[in-house]
Design a protein around this ligand. Sequence first.
Ligand code: HEM
Length: 152
Amino acid sequence: MEYKIGLLFHMFGLSLIAGGFLGGYLVEKRFWKLVEIDISHAGSVLPIMKTLPVIIQVGVLIQVISGTLLLQSASWAFWGQAWLSIKLILVALALANGLLVGKKLGAKIGFQVFSAAPDKVALAVLKRKMISFNLIQLALTVGILVLATVFR
Ligand code: HEM
């Protein structure tokens, strides 16, 4: 029963992470389009752009709790195995990258969009950095999924 509840919540957390990613991709696409055509309206998209990472973080928290339950249900037999150790390192890296790099980038983008005279060149640099950040997060997540399935 403990295993089934752990697995159910692990899938639930994964759904939140995937939903947050997809929503973030669509909202960011709309945001950068607005920056291009009518920057005065781009700020209206920022609140949802700030909420989606929180949904992903809640998903990661659920993964940590349900993952611990899964470990417990298997009497910690997986503990110390390479796939799990590397997976936990990737989870920590993704979390740190989101909280340190992603949050800062979001704040800088918000500052530009709400400033009286937004700097389009600075915004283009921030857009490139945001795309790289998103690709790194995606690669880390795919790595976590491959480790949890193919290499388990
Ligand atoms: C972003 C974070 C995470 C993602 C996307 C993720 C994803 C997955 C997936 C897709 C599986 C395969 C499920 C299956 O067996 O059908 C899995 C299994 C597992 N995960 Fe995670 N996980 C994450 C974080 C964690 C954490 C933090 C822990 C430990 C604290 C953990 C512990 C486990 C364990 C022990 C299993 C094996 C369950 C079993 O088959 O008995 N996971 N994970």
